[in-house]
Design a protein around this ligand. Sequence first.
Ligand SMILES: Cc1nc(NNC(=O)[C@H](CC2CCCC2)CN(O)CO)c(F)c(N2CCN3CCOC[C@@H]3C2)n1
Ligand code: NI
Length: 183
Amino acid sequence: MITMKDIVREGHPALREIAKEVAMPPSKEDIQTLKKMLEFLKNSQDEELCKKYNLRPGVGLAAPQLGITKRMIAVHFEDINGKMYSYGLFNPKIMSHSVEKAYLIAGEGCLSVDRPVEGYVPRYARITIKAIDLEGNEIKLRLKDYAAIVFQHEIDHLNGIMFYDHINENQPFQAPENARAIG
Ligand SMILES: Cc1nc(NNC(=O)[C@H](CC2CCCC2)CN(O)CO)c(F)c(N2CCN3CCOC[C@@H]3C2)n1
Ligand code: NI
């Protein structure tokens, strides 16, 4: 199982690289890795396991955070309407996005960043993504608000972008232009 020791931290080159597309169909190894990423998220949200294995809770994880520069992400969370998102995805791609932005009022953190970095992280409020799921099917997801933010945080990792790259340095808590506050 994946634990915190498997997660690389700031300074590791994988976090600043452009991850490579996964050749389709995915190898058994890549499928195994993606399944373990999803399992980590579920474990990290279970109070018992979280404590037992000293996990930091997570709702998303990207392969570069394991030092694997491949375009693979996992998400496991419920949105404000109770809709469950639990996916292991290969080669996710943002096909379109709103002009309107959104940001989490509480700001963001990252399992690869062992320090708090305060400030609003402006992201697109709505995105449409295409990806290949763990069964090898091409899926299309239309996401908004919290769900859109989580997926963008993970897809950023595939492009070597950290959440704090988006924070306005001079005015971290300036409400971003044309943006909705989430959460
Ligand atoms: C928002 C949140 N971020 C948590 N951590 N950070 C992460 O997931 C990072 C990714 C998120 C940071 C902002 C957007 C994506 C990991 N990232 O670095 C991957 O690239 C949480 F843990 C969390 N929740 C709320 C839901 N809760 C359900 C019950 O279990 C606990 C769980 C805690 N919400
Ligand atoms: Ni992160």
